[in-house]
Design a protein around this ligand. Structure first.
Ligand code: GAL
Length: 845
């Protein structure tokens, strides 16, 4: 981009770039008008004039906006490895790599057993990395306050501005802000430097990623402004007739003189209309004041998982006639309860929390946060009928909560995987004593306005469950939360749910959280009379997508011993059958677990381990497996069969799903399973011949036939009252012949962040998926986009995710296309030896 302007609000070059990119696109729209003008002026001249008008207009608009929060992700320099003094202003970083955040350097590395993260941590490299960014702040901003906000840096980050150290944060999942103002050169160039130290490992039981892997923001305010995370909106009274909205606002004054402040607070209803405005009494703010306001809303639209209606509070801070700050807080009006006997109700309606646990990685994108990638993960879970997310085992990206608010998920927001006693040598236990209060407070302050958040978890499988120190720590942590939020219950995820558990014995918990032990669930009240139950973590079943092994009707626990010595009984190629009949010894299959939760009202819900496969923890195997087998959806985003069991139980969508594929050795007995709903029975046919009708009896969740294999077509028909509901058929596939490409979205935003997920299928000449195809597929891209990652869901594939080719795995592969900032057509093609190629055209707008 040839034009250089400095943003008036004192923000950085990259934000200007974004504005200019957008402007240039808008200017193209003027072409027809310019052609119609009665006089001839060069196009460039007219466009420059329009651009000038627009800039003047923007300056005027921006100068009236008292607060700005700018995306600070673009235009960083990165160096992998430590450099002494890299925080200094005059360090020559021109030859460092140029990149945009969020960034995870581990995902770019090579898998190796020797990497200190170990296969449990994903077997990718760690190390130390440095980031630097140069930016200007105009002289006109010298009376402002300028802050930098990091959503998350893994881990042990130190930040400097112009050579001055701002602080250190060891916790890789916490969001934090620094005040840059005292050290900024207004009207000049500034250097921000960040050192990230993920060299001391293992420090995690799963893949963490390394770097500034979440978004960064530059925030500019006046000296009298609402504090960081400075609003707290609750609805102490709410039902469908009326709601009291309580808004507590912390106003900060960093100027020399006290200010007389009035808050004008407006509530906007879910359709975006201003419903009510309330002015507070005048308040003298010398340094920092809380101002409380209460507003009544009649006939509120309640937030629910089916209709996640969002209100917002817009708070204007007035000093005299001037609006010195304006701050928006989305919120929802809902009420919920965990009942000892009846379980969970939302807005008075009984329901179960049908949740999953997920780690933060986004598969082949690693830990580098991407809004669309996370939205896709959540969308697939929502389509399965899932309504709950546990942020295992740490504070999530803030956008996860925004998405859960918008899409209708109930969130269990978790803080820690350990307290003072660790699980791996260098994990957070080294920092717990010094940092737990600060980290927990920051998490609650950041997250407490989200209607989706309904449970705080202060720990997962805390080793101190067995230790009297829990009697001290659990109440302390609960106290920290209660000081900031009393509207949500507190729990811990306990793998020792017995009465020996000192965390439970401490009395600090509102909900008793069970990890596993589903056979004990029905007896919960014998052990804990009068207490409330939540299945904080369940299941840990194991499956490889698209791989099937008989017999399917006996349940196995893998590995049979935790030291993996009994691995011989498992598969040499590190596969696990996808018939939902294998789980870890501490866990249970999906069906075993859901049957119990479904049966008893007081079991308020569960969070299944896990919704998606994740990097690291390759149970039941070890190296060369490098990612988990627990997911209902594989790492690439292809559902395993059990996805449809949940869909048949948890949604109203008509479901008929049959498994396995239909390519076997002649004469083999194959178990055919069907998941179905909205029907009385399913009839199975092999090559047109009926194999009989089956129906679910008792608490069955599927039906099954033992079928003597012959090639051809296996077909299932579901019927209700004798009428056909759905039909599904699978054909025996021939040799791989062609590639099929399916983009999840063909129109994407030319914003440098948006993604299209392209499923690559290997088909035979008749269009059948070849169920064991592993062809190597090469990708080519033309246009303003690049391949952000490739994958296939195979837990043992050690090829890099950052590549332009991928082997298919059980017939499927994935390529993720990311836009650059220019609009236009993107042509994505896939080719492979001996196969017919395929092309898909995307439009970036
Ligand atoms: C649990 C633990 C999870 C994960 C899971 C695997 O005990 O809380 O983090 O390790 O086991 O089954």
């Amino acid at each position: 981009m040839p034009i250089q302007i400095t943003c008036h609000k004192g923000i950085e070059n990259s934000c200007c770039d974004e504005i200019i990119y957008n402007l240039v696109s808008i200017l193209h729209l003027f072409n027809p008008v310019i052609t119609m003008l009665p006089f001839k002026l060069p196009f460039r001249f007219i466009k420059a004039f329009i651009l000038l008008l627009f800039i003047l207009f923007s300056i005027n608009v921006f100068s009236q906006s008292p607060r700005s929060r700018m995306d600070f992700d673009k235009g960083w320099r990165f160096h992998l490895g430590d450099i002494k003094g890299a925080e200094k202003i005059d360090v020559k970083d021109a030859d460092w790599r140029a990149l945009d955040l969020p960034h995870d350097w581990s995902i770019e590395g090579k898998f190796a057993k020797e990497n200190p993260a170990t296969p449990d941590g994903g077997a990718l490299p760690g190390g130390i990395g440095w980031y630097r960014k140069s930016f200007t702040v105009p002289a006109t901003s010298k009376d402002k306050k300028v802050y930098i906000d990091f959503d998350g840096v893994y881990e042990k980050s130190t930040v400097w501005i112009n050579g001055h150290e701002l602080g250190f944060r060891p916790n890789g999942y916490i969001s934090f802000e620094y005040d840059l103002t005292p050290y900024l050169k207004f009207g000049g160039n500034n250097i921000i430097a960040v050192k990230v130290d993920n060299s001391v490992q293992p420090n995690s039981r799963w893949y963490s990623g390394s770097g500034i892997y979440r978004n960064v923001w530059l925030v500019t305010t006046n000296k009298v402004a609402i504090d960081h995370w400075g609003t707290y909106v609750t609805t102490p009274e709410a039902d469908d007739k009326s709601a009291i909205v309580h808004v507590q606002t912390q106003v900060k004054n960093t100027s020399e003189t006290p200010a007389k402040v009035i808050l004008a607070t407006t509530i906007y209803n879910p359709s975006g209309k201003a419903a009510l405005t309330l002015n507070s009494a005048e308040s003298d703010v010398a340094k920092s004041n809380y101002i409380a306001q209460e507003i009544k809303i009649n006939n509120p639209v309640l937030w629910s998982v089916e209709h996640p209606a969002l209100y917002k509070v817009v708070t204007k801070v007035m000093v005299g006639k001037a609006v010195v700050d304006e701050y928006t807080t989305p919120f929802g009006i809902r009420y919920f309860n965990f009942d000892v006997d009846k379980g969970f109700t939302l807005n008075g309606k009984p329901m179960k929390i049908l949740g999953v646990c997920d780690h933060h990685d986004l598969g082949s994108l690693g830990a580098a946060f991407n809004y669309r990638a996370l939205e896709r993960q959540l969308q697939m879970l929502k389509d399965m009928g899932c309504n709950g997310i546990r942020t295992s085992h740490n504070p999530p990206a803030p956008e996860l909560l925004d998405l859960c608010d918008k899409m209708g998920f109930i969130v269990m927001d978790e803080a820690f995987d350990c307290w003072e006693r660790g699980k791996v040598k260098y994990d957070y236990h080294l920092f717990f004593k010094e940092w737990h209060k600060r980290d927990l407070e920051d998490q609650i302050l950041r997250d407490r306005n989200h209607p989706s958040v309904m449970i705080w978890s202060i720990g997962n499988e805390i080793p101190q469950q067995s230790d009297t120190s829990a009697l001290r720590i659990a109440p302390e942590l609960a106290g920290i939360i209660h000081n900031l939020d009393k509207t949500r219950p507190i729990t811990t995820a306990n793998n020792d749910p017995s009465t020996n558990n000192k965390i439970i014995a401490s009395g600090a918990l509102d909900l008793v959280g069970y990890n596993y032990a589903e056979r004990d669930f029905p007896h919960f009240h014998e052990r804990y009379p009068g207490k409330k139950f939540i299945g904080t973590e369940t299941t840990s079943a194991l499956e490889t997508r698209g791989f099937y092994q008989m017999p399917s009707d006996s349940i196995q626990r893998w590995p049979t011993a935790r030291d993996y010595k009994t691995r011989a009984k498992m598969n040499a190629d590190h596969t696990v059958s996808a018939y939902d009949n294998i789980s870890t010894p501490w866990g249970s299959t999906h069906e075993e677990t859901w049957k119990v939760i479904k049966k008893y009202d007081f079991l308020s819900g569960m969070f299944i381990w896990t919704g998606w496969d994740y990097l690291g923890e390759p149970t039941p195997y070890g190296w060369p497996s490098r990612s988990s087998y627990f997911g209902i959806i594989d790492l690439a985003g292809f559902p395993k069969d059990v996805y449809y069991m949940y869909q048949s139980e948890w949604t109203d969508k008509p479901v008929l799903h049959i498994l396995p594929h239909w390519n076997w050795e002649a004469g083999k007995t194959v178990d055919v399973w069907a998941y179905y709903n909205h029907a009385d029975e399913v009839e199975l046919f092999l090559n047109g011949k009926s194999l009989g009708t089956k129906k679910k009896e008792g608490d069955d969740l599927h039906v099954m036939w033992h079928v003597k294999y012959e090639p051809g077509t296996i077909k299932a028909v579901s019927r209700k009252d004798g009428k056909v509901v759905l039909t599904r058929e699978i054909h025996t596939a021939g040799k791989p012949a062609k590639i099929q490409l399916m983009a999840d979205r063909k129109n994407i935003k030319a914003d440098g962040k948006d993604l299209s997920f392209i499923t690559v299928k290997i088909l035979d000449k008749d269009g059948n998926l070849v169920p064991n195809a592993d062809n190597l597929v090469d990708f080519k891209i033309n246009g303003n986009a690049f391949i952000a990652g490739v994958d296939n869901g195979n837990e043992t594939d050690l090829d890099s995710f950052k590549a332009s080719s991928r082997h298919a795995f059980n017939g499927l592969a994935l390529a993720i296309v990311q836009t650059k900032q220019q609009p236009g057509a993107i042509t994505f093609s896939a080719s492979s030896k001996d196969l017919q190629s395929a092309t898909v055209v995307l439009q970036a707008k």
